[in-house]
Design a protein around this ligand. Structure first.
Ligand code: ADQ
Length: 731
């Protein structure tokens, strides 16, 4: 889903509707995938007040969302482009806050969410793009809890001091948190977002993970991290290699009078792009005689943008005044200081311009990524040309061999321009080669694959055991000693309503039995269940190690089962009991359950208002009286534990106990993410089902887990037979 569909509407001679595909990088990257997965693209077709039926374009279903011209004004030009855009770009231009714009934004976001809800298959993956649709993830989740939702923010996410100006700051964050995965351009953007979430919602965050509580009271883990977008680098290079394009590049140079140096700026005409700063620096260099129009010229391409928004009209006047002044002051009959073009060009012409330019100037004051910088690099197959790049563009995180500038520092920009103009050939080519490596290593296909892999992994929907997992299992099986640690519910056994009814699928039982008999292999169950409950589904006498209550209770070979709380913990437990009893005692339908190292407060039989009230009160008081105590939100239950433990801690303990050289860990729950985080490069993490995950591999469900464990047992058995796994003694 994106605000704008990847197709443009036109009217055929006979009056029928026609559509042409717009050639953006995003479309190129997603097209093959969408065709293969019977995908649909939901968005606005670019024409107001007109309803279009869904149609098929190049094997992709196109689902147009209708916008009225009033909505276009309020939701798009207003809230998106005159509120969010300036706010998210460091308030370079003052954002306007209007309640009716916000209302239109909510209305249109709901329409998009409904359109997606109507076309998405059961369990589908929905990828929502950009700041115009930030409320869609939450709206879609409430309409369709079965779908997996990713969101990518193409523009920066501002620091809290700026973000907090937004009157609807909580609603927008909540909208985004409806997604399973939220992608940003830079690590700093993800950090700003996570900090805002902590400040406004108080949710716990660890690294990229944010533990949220959904309106239905269920806890859920959201991942927020950077996925720097890129371009279809190979296609840009191929374009630049075409003889006609090279010819055109030569022609451009000639038409400009073959100056020693051609500098180029290519931007949407936007106040974020720092076009004025660039012209100012260049003008001063001409005035000071450090550059002269006989040697140097600047080509500035500014594509028309948002021409009905006031700030953009004013910007156009300002830039064109500056261009006119500079040309008036410095151009000669045969040499222009600036050649300025206010129009869009086809990709072919862009490639020729990039080839013709000795120096590319990207001076954005704030920019999510800036694809122009990457396009310039991709086009330069001749490993020549110098990129001057603003630190405030996301691209600067990757393109370190550019000349990096702070565009506000005009002296600095001037020096950078001089350095670029005078840079010796060898240095130019050394830098350009390094830049090219980076752009080709992370192209737009890699970008989208890595986002989608983190979101669901292909195997979450397809079933079967992916080929790369098979080879990773083979490699893993060759370790001398191996720990196979498994979550139970949802991993070995399908989820059921009554925990006592859960049974591991047959194939998984068999595979676990085989693994238990193999030398050098230990098997452990790691669960949120209490140990007593875990013992009903696995028998420690068979040699299975057990870690219950997220690792608070562990049953290792011959070690005791009881957990000994120390005096401080006992004291905390007493305080905890006192607080919970005081709060829940008077409220009907609530009760307290004793846990091995804590207490659980159940509210299932209370009225929803009472339940929420009691939980909120209990949480607040416990946090105040016993800061740092582990609190887990469940559905209608709050668990308080005086001993902090996660499945990650459990895994670490099991690893130490078994002394295993490598670990296999499989789990389906958000709590399993703590275990995945414990894994090292030689270990193997397997996520079951959809949802963002830190695991390297993924399969659909317990049936597939059974296949995976059987494969592992096979590999291990044959490795044993050949003596590989027994180390030097067997050789
Ligand atoms: P934009 O602000 O539009 O994108 P940018 O990343 O530079 O900025 O992309 C502009 C695209 O338009 C480039 O592909 C460029 O070639 C093309 N273009 C510019 N002027 C043109 C002209 N006159 N004729 C033809 N084509 C022209 C937003 C964010 C960016 C982020 C992208 C992608 O603001 O920071 O990099 O999305 O996520």
């Amino acid at each position: 889903m994106s605000n704008r569909l990847p197709v443009d509407h036109f009217v055929n001679d006979d009056g029928t509707d026609g559509w042409s595909t717009s050639p953006g990088g995003l479309v190129t990257a997603l097209e093959p995938l969408m065709r293969a997965s019977d995908g649909a693209w939901v968005g606005w077709p670019g024409v107001a007040d007109k309803e279009f039926e869904p149609f098929e374009n190049d094997g992709i279903s196109i689902v147009p969302v209708t916008l009225s011209s009033a909505e276009l004004e309020e939701y798009y030009e207003g809230f998106s482009n005159d509120t969010l855009w300036p706010l998210y770009h460091d308030v370079i231009s003052p954002p306007a806050f209007h309640r009716e714009w916000w209302e239109a934004y909510v209305r249109v976001n709901r329409r998009f969410a409904e359109a997606a809800a109507a076309v998405a298959a059961t369990g589908a993956t929905v990828w929502v793009h950009d700041y115009q649709l930030q409320l869609v993830p939450r709206m879609l989740r409430s309409l369709r809890p079965d779908v997996v939702i990713g969101f990518f923010n193409h523009i920066p996410f501002p620091p809290y001091g700026i973000y907090s100006q937004l009157p609807w700051r909580k609603q927008i964050l909540d909208g985004l948190l409806g997604a399973d995965l939220i992608g940003f351009q830079r690590i700093a953007d993800a950090g700003n977002f996570t900090r805002a979430v902590r400040r406004l919602f108080g949710y716990a965050t660890r690294g990229a993970a944010i533990d949220v509580v959904d309106p239905d009271g269920r806890p859920r883990r959201v991942i927020a991290k950077q996925f720097p977008i890129s371009i279809d680098a190979a296609s840009f290079e191929n374009l630049a290699r075409r003889p006609d394009i090279q010819e055109r590049a030569k022609q451009i140079r000639e038409d400009l009078g073959n100056p020693k140096t051609i500098m180029l700026g290519v931007d949407r005409l936007d106040y974020t792009k720092g076009i004025g700063h660039r012209i100012k620096a260049y003008g001063e260099l001409l005035r000071e005689g450090r550059l002269s129009v006989e040697d140097v010229t600047l080509v500035q391409v500014a594509s028309p943008s948002r021409e009905r928004v006031g700030a953009y009209m004013a910007l156009r006047d300002e830039i064109e005044l500056a261009v006119g002044r500079l040309n008036g002051d410095y151009s000669t009959i045969s040499n222009s200081a600036i050649s300025y073009y206010h129009r869009g060009y086809p990709r072919e012409e862009m490639a020729a311009l990039y080839l013709a330019a000795d120096v590319m100037l990207v001076t954005a004051l704030r920019d999510g990524m800036n694809l122009v910088a990457k396009e310039y690099v991709a086009a330069r197959f001749d490993a020549d040309g110098v990129l001057v790049l603003s630190e405030f563009a996301g691209a600067s995180d990757e393109l370190k061999q550019a000349i990096l500038i702070n565009p506000h520092d005009i002296e600095g920009v001037k020096n950078a321009i001089m350095q670029a103009v005078e840079m010796p050939k060898r240095e130019r080519s050394r830098r350009m080669r390094a830049l090219r490596k980076r752009v080709f290593d992370n192209d737009v296909a890699t970008w989208s694959a890595s986002f989608l892999e983190t979101l669901t992994g292909g195997a979450a929907v397809q079933g079967g055991v992916p080929e790369n997992l098979v080879s990773a299992l083979r490699e893993l099986s060759a370790n001398e000693t191996l720990l196979v640690a498994l979550d139970f519910d949802g991993t070995l056994a399908p989820h059921v309503d009554e925990p006592d009814d859960a049974r591991a699928v047959e194939g998984a039982q068999d595979a676990v039995k085989r693994l238990l008999e193999l030398p050098g292999v230990r098997v452990a169950l790691v669960s949120g269940r209490a140990l007593v409950s875990l013992r009903q589904v696995a028998d420690p006498a068979d040699g299975v190690l057990l870690a219950g209550s997220h690792g608070i209770e562990v049953q290792l070979d011959d070690s005791g089962l009881e957990i000994d709380l120390d005096s401080a913990e006992l004291e905390q437990l007493e305080t905890l009991a006192r607080v919970l009893e005081r709060i829940s005692g008077p409220v009907a339908g609530t009760w307290i359950e004793k846990k091995p190292a804590g207490l659980a407060l159940h509210t299932r039989q209370a009225t929803p208002e009472d339940g929420i009230g009691v939980q909120r009160e209990a949480k607040a008081q416990v946090e105040e009286l016993l800061p740092g105590l582990t609190i887990r939100d469940g559905k209608n239950v709050l668990e308080f534990s005086v001993r902090a433990s996660t499945k990650g801690d459990a895994l670490a303990q099991l690893r130490e106990h078994t002394g295993a050289d490598a670990v296999f860990y499989a789990g389906d729950d958000v709590t399993d993410e703590d275990a995945f985080a414990e894994l090292g490069p030689d270990d193997l993490g397997l996520k079951i089902g959809p949802g963002a995950s830190g695991a390297r591999f993924r399969v659909r469900g317990p049936e597939e887990v059974a296949q995976v464990l059987a494969l592992l047992a096979d590999f291990r058995a044959s490795a044993d037979a050949h003596g590989e796994a027994n180390g030097p003694s067997a050789e």
